[in-house]
Design a protein. Structure first.
Length: 240
């Protein structure tokens, strides 16, 4: 077999894989889990926020059924009111989180490694005094009300991805926050194409019975399925 023929076969194989991946992505976004889910009339309102690439859960710090105060040391955050504030919580690739100051710094080598090789992860926690829906970096923001039981299940799901020490305390990564109101923590799990930050959020929603895409490595799939829920209010981020 000639070198030219080998190159043609290799190219066809690469294009074939790309086509299969595109089809799987398309179907994964369109096919929902928990299709019959309806928003609750009572319970806890949670939020999903995205900067266009990465999705966070945005949760109340204090609820009657659950408080984040025993788990997070708020002395490490510039937040004024722990009783009415919120936490933005995300899980993702450690190198991208800790080594990149901006998405423009992402190199092709890092992107390929992140997608096709399981990499270490970290948890990112941001404290807010009020909902961050009007922050410039927020491109999508969605509210959804779930039952108290579902909220407890979701908090347990999220806590399960924090790595804990011998005293069962989550482990802060000192001096790595972007600002005075966010921090990083040691995490469990590996990041790759089939287990991204958005997949993590989607899986958390599906686990508690909320409508979510069958599979999506992108933020769009999450918000597409959430907005298919009957009468779910859309919160449009500020244009400013």
């Amino acid at each position: 077999m000639s070198i030219l023929l080998l190159l043609k076969v290799a190219c066809l194989g690469i294009f074939g894989l790309i086509a299969v991946a595109a089809i799987l992505l398309f179907l994964g976004i369109l096919i929902p889990k928990n299709r019959a889910f309806n928003k609750q009339t009572e319970g806890v309102t949670i939020y999903l926020s995205s900067n266009g690439f990465h999705t966070d859960f945005v949760l109340p710090i204090q609820q009657t059924c659950f408080s984040w105060q025993p788990f997070v040391d708020f002395d490490k955050y510039a937040i004024l009111n722990k009783d009415s504030g919120y936490l933005g919580i995300g899980w993702g690739d450690r190198a991208i989180y800790l080594d990149l100051a901006d998405w423009s710094e992402l190199t092709l080598k890092m992107a390929v490694k992140t997608m096709f090789w399981p990499t270490p992860t970290t948890m990112h926690v941001t404290a807010y005094n009020q909902l961050p829906k009007n922050e410039v970096r927020i491109k999508q923001f969605q509210a959804i009300t779930i039952s108290t039981s579902q909220y407890l299940q979701l908090c347990c799901y999220i806590l399960g991805f924090f790595e804990v020490n011998a005293q069962q305390k989550i482990q802060l990564i000192e001096g790595k926050g972007y600002t005075e109101k966010d921090n990083f923590y040691e995490a469990v799990g590996k990041y790759h194409l089939f287990n991204t930050c958005n997949t993590w959020v989607s899986r958390g929603l599906a686990r508690i019975g909320v409508r979510a895409p069958f599979w999506t490595p992108l933020d769009r799939g999450i918000f597409y399925q959430l907005r298919k829920i009957t009468d779910l209010p859309v919160i449009a981020p500020s244009a400013t």
